[in-house]
Design a protein around this ligand. Structure first.
Ligand code: GUN
Length: 288
């Protein structure tokens, strides 16, 4: 069994990004990512500060804008407009979820599609579905890179995605069945309402677990030698202590899988690395 080391693959991506940042700077372009936070989810602040630290590590300019959670929604929309108009900002990420009184769909369509490094703008979603992505969404793109690092080529294989979120499940399925490198798999999307989920996952050469349910995928649900990618980050109480587990019962499934991603240290670091990758891509394209 191979443990797929997301930290190591993410470090390689960051190193490539750092080289691109230097090259762009030598050409007079200083790539910059703006993060925007207006969220009452306690994890969001941590995620955003990690993304800012990542920028620093690769020599990229990071700008952070905090919008007061009690401010009117207009303040967030105005912030996005200002960042859209700022030629020195190349990538914009509004951390999700935003507070309830903000219209999430309006936020997603407000970000300039050329700066939408999450790939969440409807135009960019459309391009992904049409097979011509501008920015591949960070988590599924990171998973493609993890599969490649483990020499797992999805072409012709059975892939089962468990979860249908806009951020992971849907774009993951599009990339897996789409044409091109890291795609061409026969792809099934399952979710919380799927009857007899195990009958699907047992068939799979590649399982992507992204349902947001702690240790949902157990050893009896995967076939011998399958590649299992765990997107879950769930905080649970164990023996009176708070601990982090994925959507996969790691200890059980590791004995059966051919390759598996741990939590933490699997998919998580890749999501952040691909955000940096999309930002240098955006900076390069905005400056022709
Ligand atoms: N919240 C959870 N994942 C993400 C992500 O990939 N991008 C943004 N903007 N918010 C998130």
């Amino acid at each position: 069994m191979t443990d797929i080391d997301g930290n190591a693959v993410a470090a390689e991506i960051r190193s490539g990004v750092a080289d691109c940042v230097e090259t762009l700077q030598a050409e007079g372009v200083d790539p910059a990512l703006a993060t925007v936070l207006m969220s009452d989810d306690p994890a969001s602040e941590t995620y955003v500060s990690m993304k800012q630290n990542d920028c620093e590590e690769v020599g990229m300019r990071g700008i952070h804008v905090d919008v007061d959670n009690d401010a009117p929604a207009e303040e967030l929309y105005d912030t996005i407009e200002e960042l859209n108009a700022d030629d020195e900002v190349h990538g914009i990420l509004v951390q999700m979820p935003v507070v309830d009184h903000v219209d999430t769909r309006r936020v997603l369509r407000s970000v300039d599609p050329a700066k939408d490094v999450d790939g969440f703008h409807p135009e960019n979603v459309g391009r992904l579905v049409a097979g011509n992505p501008r920015f591949k969404p960070c988590t599924p793109h990171g998973i493609q890179r993890l599969l490649a690092s483990a020499d797992v080529d999805p072409e012709g294989k059975e892939a089962v995605v468990v979860g249908r979120s806009d951020i992971v499940g849907k774009p993951m399925a599009n990339l897996l069945f789409g044409r091109g490198e890291g795609g061409n798999a026969t792809t099934t999307v399952c979710h919380s309402r799927t009857d007899d989920l195990a009958s699907h996952t047992r068939r799979a050469d590649i399982v992507v677990a992204a349902a947001g349910i702690p240790e949902f995928i157990t050893a009896d649900m995967v076939s011998e030698g399958a590649t299992v990618i765990d997107v879950g980050i769930n905080r649970v109480e164990r023996d009176g202590e708070s601990t982090l587990v994925g959507d996969v019962d790691y200890d059980g499934v590791a004995g059966k899988a051919g390759a598996i991603t741990p939590v933490p240290g699997g998919v998580g670091p890749m999501t952040r690395a691909m955000l940096l990758y999309n930002t240098v891509k955006a900076a390069g394209e905005q400056h022709g």
